[in-house]
Design a protein around this ligand. Structure first.
Ligand code: ADP
Length: 245
Protein backbone atom coordinates (compact mmCIF):
# COMPACT_ATOMS: atom_id res chain seq x y z
CA UNK A 1 0.00 0.00 0.00
CA UNK A 2 1.14 3.54 -0.63
CA UNK A 3 -0.14 7.05 -1.28
CA UNK A 4 -1.09 9.90 0.99
CA UNK A 5 -4.02 9.06 3.25
CA UNK A 6 -4.17 11.96 5.68
CA UNK A 7 -2.75 15.44 5.43
CA UNK A 8 -3.07 18.10 8.10
CA UNK A 9 -1.80 21.54 7.16
CA UNK A 10 -1.32 24.55 9.41
CA UNK A 11 -4.03 23.36 11.78
CA UNK A 12 -5.01 25.71 14.58
CA UNK A 13 -7.87 25.19 17.03
CA UNK A 14 -8.70 28.01 19.43
CA UNK A 15 -10.99 27.74 22.44
CA UNK A 16 -11.86 31.29 23.56
CA UNK A 17 -8.53 32.50 22.22
CA UNK A 18 -6.48 29.64 23.74
CA UNK A 19 -4.73 27.63 21.03
CA UNK A 20 -5.19 23.93 21.90
CA UNK A 21 -3.69 23.20 18.46
CA UNK A 22 -1.21 25.71 17.11
CA UNK A 23 -0.14 25.54 13.48
CA UNK A 24 0.19 21.75 13.45
CA UNK A 25 1.34 19.82 10.37
CA UNK A 26 1.08 16.05 9.99
CA UNK A 27 0.96 13.71 7.02
CA UNK A 28 0.57 9.97 6.80
CA UNK A 29 0.60 7.45 3.98
CA UNK A 30 -1.70 4.48 3.52
CA UNK A 31 -0.57 1.45 5.47
CA UNK A 32 1.37 3.33 8.14
CA UNK A 33 1.11 2.80 11.89
CA UNK A 34 1.73 6.11 13.62
CA UNK A 35 1.93 6.79 17.34
CA UNK A 36 1.26 10.22 18.84
CA UNK A 37 2.60 11.00 22.30
CA UNK A 38 2.92 14.12 24.41
CA UNK A 39 2.30 15.49 27.90
CA UNK A 40 -1.21 16.11 29.25
CA UNK A 41 -2.73 19.11 27.54
CA UNK A 42 -0.43 18.79 24.50
CA UNK A 43 -3.45 18.64 22.18
CA UNK A 44 -3.60 14.90 21.39
CA UNK A 45 -7.36 14.56 21.91
CA UNK A 46 -8.10 17.76 20.00
CA UNK A 47 -5.86 16.47 17.17
CA UNK A 48 -7.98 13.28 16.97
CA UNK A 49 -11.20 15.33 17.28
CA UNK A 50 -10.18 17.38 14.24
CA UNK A 51 -9.61 14.24 12.18
CA UNK A 52 -13.05 12.83 13.05
CA UNK A 53 -14.81 16.17 12.60
CA UNK A 54 -15.86 16.38 16.25
CA UNK A 55 -13.95 19.67 16.41
CA UNK A 56 -13.61 21.98 13.42
CA UNK A 57 -10.35 23.81 12.67
CA UNK A 58 -10.16 27.49 13.49
CA UNK A 59 -7.53 27.65 10.75
CA UNK A 60 -5.90 25.10 8.48
CA UNK A 61 -7.06 22.04 6.56
CA UNK A 62 -7.50 18.33 7.24
CA UNK A 63 -7.52 16.28 4.05
CA UNK A 64 -8.45 12.58 3.96
CA UNK A 65 -7.99 10.58 0.74
CA UNK A 66 -7.60 13.90 -1.04
CA UNK A 67 -10.86 15.35 0.32
CA UNK A 68 -11.01 18.51 2.45
CA UNK A 69 -12.95 17.37 5.55
CA UNK A 70 -13.96 20.82 6.74
CA UNK A 71 -17.47 20.86 5.23
CA UNK A 72 -18.39 17.42 6.56
CA UNK A 73 -20.16 16.43 9.79
CA UNK A 74 -18.73 13.81 12.13
CA UNK A 75 -21.09 11.04 10.91
CA UNK A 76 -20.21 11.79 7.26
CA UNK A 77 -16.51 11.54 8.06
CA UNK A 78 -17.09 8.21 9.83
CA UNK A 79 -18.85 6.98 6.68
CA UNK A 80 -15.89 8.13 4.57
CA UNK A 81 -13.80 5.56 6.42
CA UNK A 82 -12.41 7.03 9.63
CA UNK A 83 -13.14 4.88 12.67
CA UNK A 84 -12.29 5.79 16.25
CA UNK A 85 -11.91 3.78 19.40
CA UNK A 86 -12.11 5.80 22.58
CA UNK A 87 -10.11 5.08 25.73
CA UNK A 88 -12.95 3.39 27.63
CA UNK A 89 -14.28 0.23 25.97
CA UNK A 90 -17.82 0.65 24.67
CA UNK A 91 -18.80 -2.95 24.08
CA UNK A 92 -22.30 -4.31 24.70
CA UNK A 93 -21.74 -6.17 27.95
CA UNK A 94 -24.77 -8.44 27.80
CA UNK A 95 -23.89 -9.58 24.28
CA UNK A 96 -21.13 -12.06 23.45
CA UNK A 97 -17.93 -11.06 21.60
CA UNK A 98 -19.36 -12.78 18.49
CA UNK A 99 -22.60 -10.81 18.73
CA UNK A 100 -20.73 -7.55 19.34
CA UNK A 101 -18.65 -8.14 16.20
CA UNK A 102 -21.69 -9.19 14.16
CA UNK A 103 -23.47 -6.03 15.19
CA UNK A 104 -20.51 -3.94 14.07
CA UNK A 105 -20.48 -5.72 10.69
CA UNK A 106 -24.19 -5.14 10.20
CA UNK A 107 -23.98 -1.55 11.41
CA UNK A 108 -21.41 -0.93 8.74
CA UNK A 109 -24.03 -1.94 6.11
CA UNK A 110 -26.86 0.34 7.21
CA UNK A 111 -28.42 1.81 10.27
CA UNK A 112 -31.62 -0.27 10.00
CA UNK A 113 -29.53 -3.38 9.59
CA UNK A 114 -28.17 -2.88 13.06
CA UNK A 115 -31.73 -3.07 14.41
CA UNK A 116 -33.28 -5.71 12.20
CA UNK A 117 -30.44 -7.23 10.25
CA UNK A 118 -29.08 -10.71 10.01
CA UNK A 119 -25.49 -11.53 9.24
CA UNK A 120 -24.66 -13.14 5.92
CA UNK A 121 -22.33 -16.12 5.60
CA UNK A 122 -19.34 -13.97 4.48
CA UNK A 123 -19.94 -11.71 7.47
CA UNK A 124 -20.00 -14.70 9.81
CA UNK A 125 -16.69 -15.79 8.27
CA UNK A 126 -15.29 -12.29 8.79
CA UNK A 127 -16.42 -12.40 12.42
CA UNK A 128 -14.84 -15.83 12.88
CA UNK A 129 -11.55 -14.53 11.51
CA UNK A 130 -11.72 -11.43 13.68
CA UNK A 131 -12.36 -13.48 16.82
CA UNK A 132 -9.14 -15.32 16.07
CA UNK A 133 -7.24 -12.12 15.28
CA UNK A 134 -8.25 -10.53 18.58
CA UNK A 135 -7.55 -13.77 20.46
CA UNK A 136 -11.09 -14.25 21.73
CA UNK A 137 -12.20 -17.29 19.72
CA UNK A 138 -12.23 -19.36 22.92
CA UNK A 139 -14.50 -16.80 24.62
CA UNK A 140 -16.64 -16.01 21.58
CA UNK A 141 -19.95 -17.06 23.09
CA UNK A 142 -19.81 -15.86 26.67
CA UNK A 143 -21.24 -12.50 27.77
CA UNK A 144 -18.72 -9.72 27.20
CA UNK A 145 -19.18 -8.59 30.81
CA UNK A 146 -17.10 -11.63 31.83
CA UNK A 147 -14.09 -10.48 29.80
CA UNK A 148 -11.07 -8.81 31.40
CA UNK A 149 -10.42 -5.12 30.69
CA UNK A 150 -7.71 -6.07 28.17
CA UNK A 151 -10.02 -8.51 26.40
CA UNK A 152 -12.69 -5.83 26.17
CA UNK A 153 -10.13 -3.45 24.65
CA UNK A 154 -9.20 -6.08 22.06
CA UNK A 155 -12.88 -6.77 21.37
CA UNK A 156 -13.54 -3.10 20.76
CA UNK A 157 -10.57 -2.86 18.42
CA UNK A 158 -12.09 -5.85 16.59
CA UNK A 159 -15.45 -4.04 16.45
CA UNK A 160 -13.73 -1.09 14.87
CA UNK A 161 -12.04 -3.29 12.27
CA UNK A 162 -15.39 -5.01 11.55
CA UNK A 163 -16.64 -1.68 10.22
CA UNK A 164 -13.84 -1.72 7.59
CA UNK A 165 -12.46 1.79 8.15
CA UNK A 166 -9.63 3.05 5.95
CA UNK A 167 -8.08 4.75 8.98
CA UNK A 168 -8.27 3.51 12.56
CA UNK A 169 -7.84 6.00 15.38
CA UNK A 170 -7.06 4.32 18.69
CA UNK A 171 -7.03 6.37 21.88
CA UNK A 172 -4.89 5.08 24.79
CA UNK A 173 -5.67 1.39 24.31
CA UNK A 174 -3.52 0.12 27.18
CA UNK A 175 -4.38 2.54 30.00
CA UNK A 176 -4.93 0.48 33.13
CA UNK A 177 -3.87 -2.84 31.59
CA UNK A 178 -1.42 -5.35 33.04
CA UNK A 179 1.94 -5.82 31.27
CA UNK A 180 0.72 -9.08 29.75
CA UNK A 181 -2.53 -7.55 28.49
CA UNK A 182 -0.60 -4.54 27.17
CA UNK A 183 1.66 -6.78 25.12
CA UNK A 184 -1.33 -8.61 23.65
CA UNK A 185 -2.91 -5.31 22.55
CA UNK A 186 0.46 -4.36 21.04
CA UNK A 187 0.66 -7.66 19.14
CA UNK A 188 -2.89 -7.13 17.89
CA UNK A 189 -2.15 -3.62 16.62
CA UNK A 190 1.02 -4.84 14.92
CA UNK A 191 -0.94 -7.63 13.22
CA UNK A 192 -3.63 -5.18 12.09
CA UNK A 193 -0.99 -2.74 10.86
CA UNK A 194 -0.03 -5.24 8.16
CA UNK A 195 -3.27 -4.38 6.35
CA UNK A 196 -4.56 -1.17 7.96
CA UNK A 197 -3.59 2.46 8.48
CA UNK A 198 -3.60 3.27 12.19
CA UNK A 199 -2.96 6.24 14.49
CA UNK A 200 -2.53 5.44 18.18
CA UNK A 201 -2.37 7.95 21.03
CA UNK A 202 -0.49 6.50 23.98
CA UNK A 203 1.37 7.38 27.17
CA UNK A 204 2.91 4.02 28.02
CA UNK A 205 6.45 4.29 26.60
CA UNK A 206 7.19 0.55 26.82
CA UNK A 207 4.11 -0.03 24.71
CA UNK A 208 5.07 2.73 22.27
CA UNK A 209 8.45 1.07 21.89
CA UNK A 210 6.76 -2.26 21.17
CA UNK A 211 4.59 -0.97 18.33
CA UNK A 212 6.04 2.26 16.93
CA UNK A 213 8.30 2.81 13.96
CA UNK A 214 7.39 6.48 13.64
CA UNK A 215 6.47 8.58 16.67
CA UNK A 216 5.06 12.12 16.63
CA UNK A 217 5.58 14.14 19.81
CA UNK A 218 3.05 16.91 20.43
CA UNK A 219 3.73 19.80 22.76
CA UNK A 220 1.58 22.91 23.27
CA UNK A 221 -0.52 22.06 20.25
CA UNK A 222 2.35 21.66 17.77
CA UNK A 223 4.59 18.87 16.55
CA UNK A 224 7.72 19.07 18.68
CA UNK A 225 9.52 16.13 17.12
CA UNK A 226 9.01 13.23 14.72
CA UNK A 227 11.23 10.20 14.41
CA UNK A 228 11.79 6.63 15.46
CA UNK A 229 11.75 5.65 19.11
CA UNK A 230 15.53 5.88 19.56
CA UNK A 231 15.57 9.37 18.06
CA UNK A 232 12.59 10.43 20.19
CA UNK A 233 14.11 9.13 23.41
CA UNK A 234 17.43 10.85 22.82
CA UNK A 235 16.09 14.23 21.67
CA UNK A 236 16.94 16.87 24.30
CA UNK A 237 13.71 18.85 23.77
CA UNK A 238 11.53 15.75 24.09
CA UNK A 239 13.39 14.73 27.24
CA UNK A 240 12.89 18.18 28.69
CA UNK A 241 9.17 18.57 28.04
CA UNK A 242 7.99 14.98 28.27
CA UNK A 243 10.31 12.15 29.12
CA UNK A 244 12.46 13.83 31.72
CA UNK A 245 9.62 14.37 34.17
P1 ADP B 1 -4.31 16.05 25.53
O1 ADP B 1 -5.28 15.08 24.92
O2 ADP B 1 -2.96 16.00 24.91
O3 ADP B 1 -4.23 15.93 27.02
P2 ADP B 1 -6.28 18.04 24.80
O4 ADP B 1 -6.41 18.02 23.33
O5 ADP B 1 -7.35 17.35 25.60
O6 ADP B 1 -4.83 17.54 25.23
O7 ADP B 1 -6.26 19.56 25.29
C1 ADP B 1 -5.32 20.51 24.84
C2 ADP B 1 -5.58 21.82 25.55
O8 ADP B 1 -6.81 22.37 25.10
C3 ADP B 1 -5.70 21.66 27.07
O9 ADP B 1 -5.09 22.77 27.68
C4 ADP B 1 -7.20 21.67 27.29
O10 ADP B 1 -7.53 22.18 28.57
C5 ADP B 1 -7.70 22.58 26.18
N1 ADP B 1 -9.04 22.24 25.73
C6 ADP B 1 -9.39 21.07 25.12
N2 ADP B 1 -10.69 21.09 24.80
C7 ADP B 1 -11.18 22.29 25.22
C8 ADP B 1 -12.46 22.92 25.16
N3 ADP B 1 -13.52 22.31 24.62
N4 ADP B 1 -12.58 24.16 25.69
C9 ADP B 1 -11.52 24.79 26.22
N5 ADP B 1 -10.26 24.27 26.29
C10 ADP B 1 -10.11 23.03 25.80
Amino acid sequence: MSGKLLSISNLTVSFDGFKAINNLNFTMNEGELRVVIGPNGAGKTTFMDCITGKTKPTEGIVTFKGKDLRPYAEHDIARMGIGRKFQTPRVFLKLTPRENLELSCIRQKNVFGSLFGQTTQPERRTVGGLLETIGLDHKADMPAELLSHGEKQRLEIGMLVAQSPDLLLVDEPVAGLTDEETEKVGDLLLALAESHSIIVIEHDMEFVRQIAKQVTVLHQGSVLFEGNMDQVQSDPQVIEVYLGK
